[in-house]
Each structure stands twice: as structure tokens, then as C-alpha cells.
Design a protein around this ligand. Structure first.
Ligand SMILES: Cc1ncc(COP(=O)(O)O)c(C=O)c1O
Length: 396
């Protein structure tokens, strides 16, 4: 069912960011009730949430269980890595941006062995590279892949990575933080031990916790792996199975909001419908920005429906901080870029809005450029040279 988008009731700007993101009023209103963490009512809410998240995996979900974990996405990634990678295991981390790099830093910090395929700011790690690295290094037990690398917005080729990993008899751990709920991660098509995401991304809840969806048989065997008392997915799971409770203080209000967000996700038509709305947002945004002269970092087939990187215009009248402030004054919060080689900015297309809001974004962008005295949104030659590198690499 198409969602009805209403203007933000508190007059707050739209968040064109990849989480926290704009949520419905009903999601916010769900936080007006206080819940006791031990109470049967809240335990039932937790059980309901876990069951709905497992079901969201789709075909093949019956082998999986859900373990929510307090904290932001990074806490949950760290908990997943520490729990699923045995202390004597070794990870192959596939990095093409900040979040792959962060996973590697987390492994380094917890003293686990790992090796890195580092593709720089945004080039995708390919199945053939993974296969070659796994063949060359028999000590590798696990591959760690980022689904949508939110720092550039690229949708990484998860299927070919999963195939290479499975063919080599290794295990796959997925960070689908910014994609889960809008881009399928089907166990019937992709072999993986665990996938992690968080409440304030594509399911459109508020920040406060994340969750790991893990193969039950694999999770059962992870007891004692974790490097941390708190960030232990096995211990959290064991307690939830035993008592229905979170081990330590749960984010009760965020869970209540998330249950409302899950209701809205189901009403909209689930993962496919959510993904379709976000893709429509992205298509309208990218088409409209290109009409104004802006260029995207990535070729169309690599653009995620989540967030898109645009090059900053070469025109000296353009600075991102100025553009940001002017867009904010018109009711839109943008996101700075994360590329290290050329200036860029990002616009997210996830959250409680549709193409009618995107049309307003495009009008605002045009007006801001005009007010700044920017006559052309075309990027500098260096940006186009960077994109040529991308096109060359992905066409190989
Ligand atoms: C792919 C990915 N991984 C990990 C994280 C880390 O999440 P957090 O910032 O909530 O700690 C993010 C955040 O956006 C992300 O997009």
C-alpha cells in the first residue's frame, strides 16, 4: 500500500541522511509510553520484534534467529565480529569506504587476525578478487562484506561475494546496516552466517539499538568467542531465549517506536515495496540533479536506493557548507561527502518521504545555487577523471 506522507509535524527539516532519518509521527508518538524492562508486556514486545525481523529475511529464514543489541550500528557490528569470528579465526575484510575500514579497525582493536582487500573510496570488491584471496590464504575462515557502503552509496555485489565465499568453504558475515529492510538479503540465495543492521535505517525506527540475524546452529556454537562482556551476541541470545529479557537495560522507547515502524513497513508491502519507494526517490533525485548539471560519482547500475554521492560543482561560488546552510534554511538536511580524492556531498533517499518531497528538494537546490551565484553545477575535471577510473574498473 503506498504510504501517505505528511509534512513534519514539529516543523523540523527533512533528514536526507542515512539514519537517523525522518520517521513518521506515529513512530515518534509510540515513545510516549514508558515500559518496565522486566514486565511481561515488554518481553512480549521484544519477542514480537525478533520474530518479525526473522520473517523479514524471507525464504530460508527458518534457520535464523534475531538478537537485538543495545547501542548504535557500530556496537552491533563489533558484537557480530567478536562473536562469530572464533579467537583463532581470521577474517578477510572487504573495504571500499569508511564502514569496511571501521570493521577492520574493530578487529584490530579486539586482537583478531584479519587481512584486507581495500578498494579505496568506492571501487567495488569483486567475487573474483575474493576467490583469489581465499585460495591464496587458507587461514581465512570468514569474509566480512559491507552491503551498501554508505560512505559512497555503492551497492556492493553481495551475490558474487557470497558465491565466492561459499565456493571456498568459508563463512560470510554481512554489514547490511543501511540496506536491510529495503534491499533483500535472502538466505535462499545468499549463504551467510550473520547479517547486522540497526533500528534507525530502512525500517524507519529511531536510534538506540541494532540487531543481528544469525543462523541458529552457528550462533549456538559461538559461546565464549566474544572479546567483550557487553558486546556478546551469544550471551544476549541465551538470555533472551531463557527469560525473554535483554541482558542489560533495554532501549524501551526505541523498541516501542520500532514496533510501530515494523507495522508501517508491513503495511507498505514489506522489503520490496520499501525498496521501490526508495528507488523512486533516488531516480527522481538523480534525474533532477543531473538536469541541474550535477554529476554522480557512480554509474547508474551501482547506485543504491539508499544514498547518492554527487560531486561538488567546480564553480568557485559553490562551497558545501554554504549550500548545506541554505538547504537547511529551506527545510532539508544534507550529508557531507566522504571521498578523500575530490569534493563531494551526499543525499539520502531513505526515511518517511516520497518523490513529492524530492521535488521540493530539487526546487530548493536550484534556488540555493541561484542565490549563491553558482552558474554551473558541473564538477571539476579531477572528479570526472575519478569517475573514469570507476568505469574502467567495473567494466573489466
Ligand atoms: C554500512 C554501515 N555500517 C556501519 C555503520 C555504523 O553505524 P553507527 O553510525 O550507527 O554506529 C553505518 C552507519 O551509517 C553504516 O552505514
Amino acid at each position: 500500500m503506498p504510504v501517505t506522507i505528511e509534512p513534519t509535524r514539529m516543523g523540523e527539516p527533512w533528514l536526507l541522511t542515512p539514519g537517523p532519518l525522518s520517521t513518521s509521527y506515529a513512530v515518534k508518538a509510540a515513545m510516549l509510553t514508558d515500559y518496565g524492562s522486566w514486565d511481561a508486556g515488554f518481553r512480549a514486545m521484544t519477542a514480537d520484534m525478533r520474530a518479525q525481523l526473522v520473517a523479514m529475511l524471507g525464504q530460508g529464514s527458518e534457520d535464523y534467529t534475531c538478537v537485538p543489541m543495545q547501542g548504535s550500528g557500530s556496537y552491533c557490528v563489533e558484537a557480530m565480529l567478536g562473536t562469530f569470528l572464533p579467537r583463532d579465526g581470521k577474517a578477510l575484510v572487504l573495504a571500499n569506504g569508511a564502514y569496511g575500514q571501521r570493521a577492520a579497525r574493530q578487529l584490530a582493536q579486539m586482537g583478531r587476525a584479519f587481512t584486507l582487500i581495500d578498494k579505496g573510496d568506492y571501487l567495488p570488491p569483486r567475487g573474483a578478487e575474493v576467490a583469489a584471496q581465499l585460495a591464496a590464504d587458507p587461514a581465512i575462515t570468514h569474509v566480512v562484506a559491507v552491503h551498501c557502503e554508505t560512505s559512497s552509496g555503492i551497492l556492493n555485489p553481495l551475490t558474487e561475494i557470497a558465491k565466492a565465499t561459499e565456493a571456498a568453504g568459508r563463512r560470510l558475515l554481512i554489514d547490511s546496516m543501511s540496506a536491510f529492510g529495503a534491499v533483500p538479503v535472502l538466505p535462499s540465495e545468499i549463504a551467510f552466517d550473520a547479517v547486522v543492521s540497526s533500528a534507525n535505517k530502512c525500517i524507519e525506527g529511531v536510534p538506540g539499538f541494532g540487531f543481528v540475524l544469525a543462523r541458529r546452529d552457528v550462533l549456538e556454537a559461538t559461546k565464549g568467542n566474544a572479546h567483550s562482556l557487553s558486546l556478546d551476541i551469544h550471551a544476549q541470545w541465551a538470555e533472551m531465549e531463557r527469560s525473554g529479557q535483554w541482558r542489560f537495560t533495554p532501549p524501551t522507547h526505541a523498541v516501542a517506536a520500532f514496533l510501530q515502524a515494523l507495522r508501517e513497513h508491513a503495511d507498505e508491502g514489506g522489503v520490496d515495496a520499501r525498496g521501490a519507494r526508495y528507488a523512486a526517490n533516488r531516480n527522481r533525485l538523480v534525474g533532477g540533479m543531473r538536469q541541474q548539471g550535477f554529476e554522480t560519482l557512480l554509474a547508474d547500475e551501482w547506485l543504491s536506493p539508499i544514498i547518492t554521492t554527487f560531486f561538488c560543482p567546480a564553480d568557485p561560488a559553490f562551497t558545501f557548507p554554504d549550500f548545506y546552510d541554505r538547504m537547511k534554511a529551506r527545510g532539508f538536511i544534507l550529508y557531507p561527502g566522504k571521498l578523500t580524492v575530490v569534493d563531494s556531498f551526499r543525499i539520502g533517499t531513505i526515511g518517511r518521504f516520497d518523490t513529492t518531497v524530492i521535488d521540493q528538494v530539487l526546487t530548493a537546490a536550484r534556488q540555493c545555487l541561484r542565490d549563491m551565484g553558482v552558474t554551473s553545477a558541473a564538477p571539476p575535471a579531477a572528479a570526472l577523471a575519478e569517475r573514469a577510473k570507476f568505469l574502467q574498473e567495473v567494466s573489466r
